[in-house]
Design a protein around this ligand. Structure first.
Ligand code: TRP
Ligand code: SF4
Length: 533
């Protein structure tokens, strides 16, 4: 199903700090990422740390760097700050028991719900059936277990929404519409699909795209999708499709002609330098700008922007094409304006937009230029008109990414290796034993440990503290860390403490699962499927 190119790297023994291998993300492959920094460089995931200070009362998973990356999460942060509507949604493939790795996502959904977000959790039963071949009976059993744990951890099913993909008609309808903007070649490039891939598997992809946009179906709003980085290909495609569904694109322009984004940069530079060349600086002419650009050249522009001649300016090709556009425009004045491009609007919707633009405007075949509207107002107007004329007006969905937990036996945590993870359904005594037999970052002997300190950064037991056992108590997490690396903490005692905490956590969680059983019965979600196949 997937090509080698799309497969994730095997875990490396160096902890993923060295080397320059390629990273690829595969939603149906092994969930290991050996070098998180690469995700920033190669895929454009942004660092969460840089945004942390702006998040009101960040969750401990954010504070401890477990949530390490995001796409446009600022949109959601701003909504939280301003008390504006926002949503959170994530989905679970019911392929086995929910384990402590899934708990991270449950906690992320619940945290956003507690902060006033519309919260959605879905059971990806179509995906489990088509991509993993699970029977409907197996799916039902696992689905219920996921939902009980989600509720036991604090999800409020009355305020939030639970659904399964197979019975949500609105999601299926939306999937169908989004599918009109994606084609086979694209799925092939993203997921490595080939001629052998089931059509149902492809349908499960557009279904996930619809899941991601679903919270915005009634009203567009900032929406965050908390997931592991293996799901990033889905997030990117969903962002692309959400944008392709939009009726209008909004950009800035300086004259009536259309320009590429790179050309626009060049034209902008020429506009800003107008004082230096225009006969009449209030009305710089396109032709004057063209002459100035030709004289200034690539190096000159680079020096302008960066202040030194070493900065890369525009490419020669871009400069030349921008110049020729300006030459063609001749005596037309250069004047900044906000441009609405007609991308997908009906004739009526385009007419409607033209009417709705206030102040000075110029109408062209496929775009309208507005001279008295700023970008933000223009974006709002474009969305308003789109909604009025039967479009969706989606905002680009945001995402946050958490690190995968290391398996208790080293390597990756995997649902198919029981000793590598702790299931939320494990008997508390079994959970205790699994922690006691876990791999550690300790030294060979107690003496060496006292002398050199333990390697908490490479220790699955420390991860248990940081990701789960220390809960909200940063001081406790830090104490474990400091004592470990300072050589004051020895692995035997450390594991004993962790094992006891794990036992307590599981006992408590399982008691809560029983308490919420009725709540789940009452919730608006089918626990049994009547599907065949
Ligand atoms: N593909 C996800 C997984 O493998 C499940 C999923 C389906 C999902 N729809 C989603 C995740 C929407 C986030 C958002 O676990
Ligand atoms: Fe891990 Fe604890 Fe040993 Fe440190 S002392 S290496 S945290 S088990």
């Amino acid at each position: 199903m997937t090509g080698d190119r799309d497969r994730l790297e095997e875990p490396r023994t160096d902890g993923g700090t060295a080397g320059a291998d390629e990273v690829a993300l595969d939603p149906w492959g092994s969930s290991t990422v050996s070098d998180y920094r690469k995700l920033f460089e190669e895929f454009g995931i942004e660092s969460f740390e840089a945004l942390l200070d702006e998040v009101p009362h960040p969750h401990y998973l954010m504070r401890r760097g477990v949530i390490f990356g995001h796409r446009e999460y600022r949109d959601v942060v701003e909504a939280m700050q301003d008390d504006d509507p926002f949503a959170v949604l994530s989905g679970f493939m019911p392929t086995g028991d929910p384990h402590i790795g899934h708990k991270l996502v449950f906690d992320e959904i619940i945290w956003h719900q507690e902060r006033g977000g519309d919260a959605y959790a879905l059971i990806a039963d179509l995906e489990a059936h088509s991509a993993r071949g699970l029977s409907w009976d197996e799916i039902d059993e696992h689905a219920e277990n996921y939902l009980l744990s989600l509720l036991a951890l604090g999800f409020d099913p009355e305020a939030g929404t639970l659904y399964r993909q197979s019975t949500n008609r609105a999601v299926q309808d939306l999937a169908f519409e989004l599918g009109s903007e994606a084609n086979y070649s694209e799925l092939q490039a993203i997921y490595g699909f080939d001629g052998e891939t089931d059509v149902s598997h492809m349908q499960s992809v557009v279904t996930q795209m619809a899941d991601i946009c679903y919270p915005q179906l009634e009203t567009p709003k900032p929406t965050v999708i908390p997931v592991g980085p293996d799901q990033d290909p889905h997030v990117r495609l969903a962002r692309d499709l959400a944008s392709r569904m939009r009726f209008f694109g909004v950009t800035t322009a300086y004259a009536s002609f259309e320009a590429t984004a790179a050309e626009l940069e060049v034209v902008r530079a020429a506009y800003h330098a107008r004082e230096t060349y225009a006969e009449e600086p209030t009305t710089p002419r396109c032709i004057e700008a063209a002459e100035w650009l030709a004289e200034t050249g690539v190096e000159g522009l680079a020096a302008l922007e960066g202040g030194t001649e070493d900065t890369a300016g525009p490419e020669q090709r871009t400069l030349e094409s921008a110049i020729s556009r300006l030459e063609n425009a001749g005596m037309e004045p250069l004047r900044p304006r906000t441009r609405f491009l007609n991308r997908r609007a009906t004739a009526e919707a385009f007419e409607g937009l033209i009417e709705a633009v206030e102040g000075e405007k110029r109408v062209f075949d496929e775009h309208v230029d507005a001279f008295d509207l700023d970008r933000v107002a223009a974006e709002d107007l474009a969305r308003e008109v789109e909604l009025e004329y039967g479009g969706y007006g989606f905002r680009l969905p945001s995402s946050i990414y958490h690190r995968f937990m290391t398996g208790l036996t080293g390597g990756k945590m995997s649902s198919s290796i029981p000793a590598s993870h702790i299931s939320l359904l494990d008997d508390p005594a079994v959970g205790y034993d699994k922690v006691k037999s876990a791999t550690t970052g300790g030294r060979e002997t107690a003496e060496k440990q006292r002398e050199l300190g333990g390697k908490a950064d490479e220790c699955p037991v420390y991860e248990l503290y940081a990701y789960l056992l220390a809960g909200d108590d940063d001081e406790f997490a830090k104490l474990v860390y400091d004592e470990c690396v300072g050589g004051e903490r020895l692995c035997g005692d450390c594991k004993e403490q962790a094992a006891q905490l794990m036992r307590e956590f599981l006992a408590d969680h399982q008691e809560k699962r029983e308490e919420v059983a009725e709540l789940l019965e009452a919730a608006d979600i089918d626990l049994e499927s009547d599907r065949r196949g």
